[in-house]
Design a protein around this ligand. Sequence first.
Ligand code: URA
Length: 436
Amino acid sequence: VNVPALISRKRDGGELDRDEWAAIVGGFVAGTVAPEQMSALLMAGVIRGFTTAEAEALTEILLASGEQLDLRGLRGPVVDKHSTGGVADTTTLVVAPILAAAGVQVAKLSGPGLGHTGGTIDKLAAIPGLRTHLTIEQMLRQVGEVGIAVCAASADLAPADKRLYALRDVTGTVPSPALIASSVMSKKLAAGAPNIVLDVKAGSGGVVGDRDEARGLAELCVRLGAAHGRRVRCLVTDMRQPLGVAVGNALEVRAAIEVLAGRGDRRLQQVAVALAQAGLDLVAEAAEPVRAEEVLASGAALEAFRKWIHGQGGPDADPEDLAKRLPAAPVRRAVTASAPGTVAGVDPRAIGELAVTLGAGRRHPSDVIDPAVGIILDVRIGDPVGAGDRLATIHAATETAADAAAGQLVGAIELTDGPPPQPPALVVDEVGPDPA
Ligand code: URA
């Protein structure tokens, strides 16, 4: 193919057909299309837009680049759950046990944290002994035995997406609905579940900025799933501030256990229940629908969590005891308000970046995560605060790291002395499973 001609066509607002995309993505993976050519093409598409046909073609090409799991051996309903990525977004650790407690199997392949957003695999790795790498046979056996397996995605699943995503991450070409939808859906399709719940985050802490864009992305994901015979239900949820109160791996596991025990953060609970309900509704056959909220309140989800963690190699412990045994940071530093006011903003991107700086995430794939560090937030948008009130607590490995983070954290929490801002709604839209 004449790569410069394809780049020019895209730059001028044109469309590439399936064969052209296959040639260029294949060439990029094989090394015959240079990264600068691929990134120029992607940037032209981010700016000029991609057609639905191009999103469909890209999804199929990424999907076909690797292996595809066959989950048909599992008896009973199976749901996968995925988030486009957020901060203090610990829903999987709550949603999966609610679904399992209601008799729905969860087979989920997850990734590590990306940029400022956390990853479920890193959170699970904070639990002593827990295995995040399972073979497909181990994964299927565990789903059959305890109803849940969440493990690291193998490098063989949509490997072309891995290469493309790494390029997009460093070339400003992540925020395109077609590129995000094809990236997410190729991996979900390869992972094999017939029912998929997607949490599309809208707001500065997620991959798309506003609600309309998030709805467009959700509609595209539902459509791409339907084209492959999958039922996809998307919730668009707020990411203008961190979802829960805990950012950092062990801190987030503890926050999830608190929600499962019925006394955790209300926002995390509400979104997790809404996502679990979406999963239950996708597979509902009974005339009497199962209510996720009731499953959570009954304590059955907490028990499902215990079985899951033990099944995957973690301690056979009451989750509340487990919470006490998780790694804890040696230094804690409270950050307080210097003047009274109302919280006008809690910048999720800045908070996520700060957690990465503390060691909760990676700047480079070879960085080693410190599971204990992170931030506990005490305030959210709309909260009144007095001078000296605590805004957040930093959990750090050293005094120096805590000092540096404290200065930055103050800048991430905006106070106003004007009229109190309206707290953002949590679930702002719902799409699927029928394509629009
Ligand atoms: N998550 C993904 O897997 N891919 C994207 O493009 C964005 C978020």
